[in-house]
Structure formats: structure tokens, C-alpha cells
Ligand binder design. Sequence first.
Ligand SMILES: [Zn+2]
Length: 413
Amino acid sequence: MASDNQFSELVNEILSQCDQLAACTGHTGIIHRTFLSQPMLRAHALVEQWMQDAGMTVRKDAMGNIIGRKSSSRKNAPVLLMGSHLDTVPDAGKYDGILGVIMGIALAKLMAERDYPFHFDVIGFSDEEGVRFKMSYLGSLAVAGLFDLKNLEKTDSNGISMAGAIKNFGLNPEEVKQAAYDFSKVAGFIEFHIEQGPVLESENLPLGIVTGLVGQTRGRFTFRGLAAHAGTVPMNLRQDAFMGLSELAMFMEDLTRKNEGLLATVGMVNVKPGGSNVIPGEVYFSIDVRDGDQAVLDRATSEIIAAAQKIANRRNLEMVTENLEHQAVVTCNEPLMQNLQSAVEANGFPVRRLVSGAGHDLAILSKVTPSAMLFLRSPGGISHNPIESVLPQDVEAALKVGLTFLNNFALTP
Ligand SMILES: [Zn+2]
């Protein structure tokens, strides 16, 4: 059994490793590390060393995922996967994604004393944020066997194709298919991640068990009316596109009041022609609707679109809908959540289940294997920001819970 001393030493090591990875950046002064970039190569060198120090064998797949394995001596042992992403958004914090990879390595270290009945693979996914090729989850899609090879032709802002980027990184784009696991031999996937929101902190809790990821509908809309003089056209004769949007926005807020947990956002508005003395003739805007319950999300989406059409008709506006995208709700695996929950309880922490409002690698892995996720409190609820942080005592709590989880998992038949 690991001592308290060993845990606190590991916590210091984890935080120092996050600092070291933060220095692998493409722009001095900020953290910016994209898919298969030079900074990612430097990050891999560090992660490889740490994985080896933890007694793991290390390999890279053709999509640039780095994978460390703590092997079991058992014949035909299944594999338990744990991982998160090593890429960042521009001007990122130190912990989004990264912490989950580093904690996996620390757990492998804690597992060194025992022979477990499963292989434990820690995966540093090469891309989750989608910054370089404007396509998210490249790493986990390849591991899950869900990557469409056509995407290898996509180019980045410098005109380099994805296949070219893979080659430049010293890997072979023709081997991308082989990055996929044989999921008949995979027992499940777990991801540790900072919450990136304020819920756990507001309840003074170190950890949360994620029940799933919210589903999302997003789209772009235009209301087209008639631009005219703000002083000469009476209110009842106007075709004011912005007033139409205002009414729709209030309808959306009202809908969220009636459905707890439902989130609706108009994040982008472009009013034309944009003069203070001109009635807005056109408004181009985005809508983002999210919920953890697919039925609620579907109903809210159709109510909002119906309301938009009704408002447009009544106000004599033309409505155009573009790029309507739907991302389904992801549900975590109940037995794995139960295991996490008993591990949280066994270590004396309060149990809190919550839904994730952000996307994670788990969204992809959960399509092919039972998956679960543990959140660590985000101080200030802040993420995708250089002041993103994590509390050492929460890292220690997650480490203890992780080890208990793995020990319990070893007992499941
Ligand atoms: Zn992340």
C-alpha cells in the first residue's frame, strides 16, 4: 500500500511535469502546442522518458498518439485504457488534457508493486482540440478505429496535408488504420480531467464523477428584413431583423428557465448595416443549445427553430438556416461509474455526479468501449486560459481514487 508520503511526492512530480510540458510551446510566453508540431515532439520526448521511468513500454501509433503500457503477466489479459490529450488551444493553461495523461503515468508507477490481471495502457492523444486541421479528436478517432482516411488530405493553414504532417513527424500515414485497438480485448476507458467549470468549486468538492457529456445543437441563422431610416419609419411598418432576434433570444432564455440544465446561447451576432440611425435590415447569428438529456435537447431544438420561424413570419422577415449540426448526448458506463463512486467513498470524499458541458476524448472512446470519467475541481471554474489551475490536494485525492479504482477493477470478473 502506498504511503501518504509517496502520494504527496507523486503530486509534486505530477505538477512539475505539467510545468515542464507547458514549456513545450510554439510561441514563447504562451502555451500553444498543436497536433504533430515541433513542440509536440519535445513533449513526446519527456512523456516517453516518464513512461519508461514508470516501468512502461512505450510506442507511438501513426496518428502521433503516445502509448505507455504497464503489462500484466496473465495470458490473454484484457487492456484497460486511460488517457487524455497532449495538444492545447492557443494561449492554453497547463492542465486541460495534460493532467489526465500525467496522472495515468503516476498511477502506473503506483501499480508497479503488483501484477494486475489487465494491461494498463496510458494514451497521450495527439489531438483533441482540433486547432491545426480544424477537426477535433484526431487522436481518439484513430485509436477507436473511427478515423476516416479521407481526412488525411485535409491541409493546415500552411498548406501541409495531414498525411504530410504525419510523415514530417517521422510516422507513416499508411499505418493510421493500425492505430485502432482490437476492442474485443479492451475492458474499458477512463479519463481524468479538470472540470473546466465552476460546479465542484461552488459546492466545495474536490472530485466529480461524470455521468456523460451534454449533447449539442449548433447552427447559423439569418433574419432578413429591410434596412431603413430610424427616424422616418413608424414602428408598426418596420421589418427590423434585430428585434426579431431579440424576441427569439428571450424565448430561448425562457425555455431554459422551464428546463433545468438546458443551456442556450446566442454567442455571435452580426447586425447589418450597423449604423446607429439605421433600422437593422439583416442579422446573422449563432445558436448553441446543450443538454445532458437527448430527449430534452431534441425537444428544445425543435421548439427554438419553430419559434424562430414563427417570429420571422409575424415580423415579415426571411429566415435562412445554415450548418445545423447535432452532437448526440454521451452516456458514461454505469458499472465503471459505480466503481469510481465506491473508490471516491472508500477514500472519504463526498460523491457528486455531474454532466460535462465540454467535449472530451471520452466522447469518441465511449462509442467503442465502456467509458468513465473523473473531474477534478477547477479553481475559479477557469479553463482554456493561462490562469487555469488545479489544487495539489485535489490531485492527491484523484490519485488515491484512481488507485482504488484500479484495485477494484482487478477484482471484477
Ligand atoms: Zn481537454
